[in-house]
Design a protein around this ligand. Sequence first.
Ligand code: AGP
Length: 609
Amino acid sequence: MCGIFGCITKEGNVAPLIHTSLKRLEYRGYDSVGIATIHEGKIHVKKDQGKIDDVHKIWNLDDLPGSIGIGHTRWATHGAPLKINAHPHMDCTEQVAVIHNGIIENFSELKLELENNGHNFVSKTDTEVIAHLIEENLKKKPEIGLVNAVLEAVKRLSGSYAIAVISTSEPDKIICARNESPLVLGISENAIYCASDMPAFLPLTNKAVWINDGELVIISAKGYEIRRIDDFSVVTRKPEVIDWTPEMAIKQGYPHFMIKEIHEQPTTLRNTLRLQEHYLDLIATFLDRAREVFLVACGTSYHACLAASYMFSKLAFLATYPVYASEFIEQHGKSVNIDSTILAVSQSGETADTLAAVTCAQQRAATILGLTNVIGSTLTRVSRVYISQQSGPEIGVAATKTFTSQLSVLAQLALRLAKKRGKISQDEMDYISEKLEKLPDIVKEIIKTQEEKVKQLAKKYRDAKIFFFLGRGISTATAYEGRLKLMEIAYVPSLAFPAGESKHGPISLIEPGFPVIFICAKDDTHKTLIGNIMEMKARGASIIAIIEKDDEAIKALADDYIEVPKGIPEVLSPIPFVIPLQLLAYYLAVEKGLNPDMPRNLAKSVTVK
Ligand code: AGP
């Protein structure tokens, strides 16, 4: 997730305005920043890696001439957060500058085609291909003009994009286009803005024009014109008046970042389906060759590792060992060796316990692989190979969208490994891959149909003093994650363990009305789980079941139930089943008058051991 912004102003230089607007988009990404303006037939660019304030101190982003320009604040997905990969990106002739938010899936083949046509690329980004495509179109047929050159270029793209383009060939225009990534115009007396999100221009104007997928926009001092990309037909759309405060706008109208990020999961899951094949294959190869594999992480990322151990075992017949990073050195520090492989999972890539475990393993010649959300983080620098989960910045302290993204990436790795090892039929591979592709819509459906029920559940159990979270098989990981969310956000003491463990002790805690949450995926454990539910029910527990739709057997036993769509493969079940648990933690915290974004005693990235 990055922030794009462009502006044409009727008076004065545009750079200071772009700079302050990018600051308001910084929550969308902040590992590098750049601005490009046009003045006297030349494109002037300032860009560098680092946060906006730091780059401004070095380069003075306000000091760029011209009344038309574009700017970008980046969250790296393709190419490390280095100056060379910062946007705007230019073509060979430096007559075209492009900024982009999204993921171009087919950039590798486009890049190869353009390089074979003599184009020189300077960055490792997917975005740069757009600048060269436009250049190529203008070179082949100069008479088509900038609008058509951009139009033909975006028709070649597959994946998500919101772009803004300026060119010395027509220095009075900004051309924008969008597919999946957000784009909105701001209209004021003296200027027209294009941005990823309204906070960028809300202090300047409250008149906004939303741009939809498949639309291209021509912005000039005279105004804006919207066209459909497929048939170039004109779209008429008047500005709307926005009555949000800038604070509300940053949260897109949600009261907290946590609920915004829970609702963002259909989009972030779609983004994790656009990973770079090369890195998925490389990591799968390293896992295939390993003599032993440790999955090392903390907190929510550890729960992703726990779920992954079931995925790797059931799909690829590979035994992997999830280990709490804070215990790794004590537990395996002496035995880890050159034949060991560590897959470290860390959203921030900076968790001290995880990095300490990695350092210990590295010193004993183990192979280090990384899964993170932050390219350029320490974990990416110490890993032999890493893969980015591409979730965009997660502002809420509680990991929500980054958890489901981690699970999606780990499931893709397990599938690749299973294929590499010949442990899975093509039909089974296709079936699970197809379900993985459907997960964004499945999660969207759960939020849409169950959120209100979860809200009511939170009201009903707002005074509960403790909860159990129970599951079997891979759902044990989901149970652990649901418990962590509730504890860290709503401060409710909770226990989670494999449902089969209840009779070995914890069941002694059960009293009438004690809320027990069961994760009831329809997998091989379903039948036994019914027995576990009945043993709790017999002691007066209140049964709250997360079930597959129309699971009548468990509906008959539960006091309350939340339904997820049918037909979810066991290895993917933590992704849909965790959504109601994230929502429950959030709404219980809200019921208690707590701030879910800033839970007491916690930090987003735990960089101390
Ligand atoms: C999750 O909600 C917590 N905020 C915390 O447990 C977090 O998952 C843990 O600190 C690991 O962080 P990382 O993924 O950035 O390494």
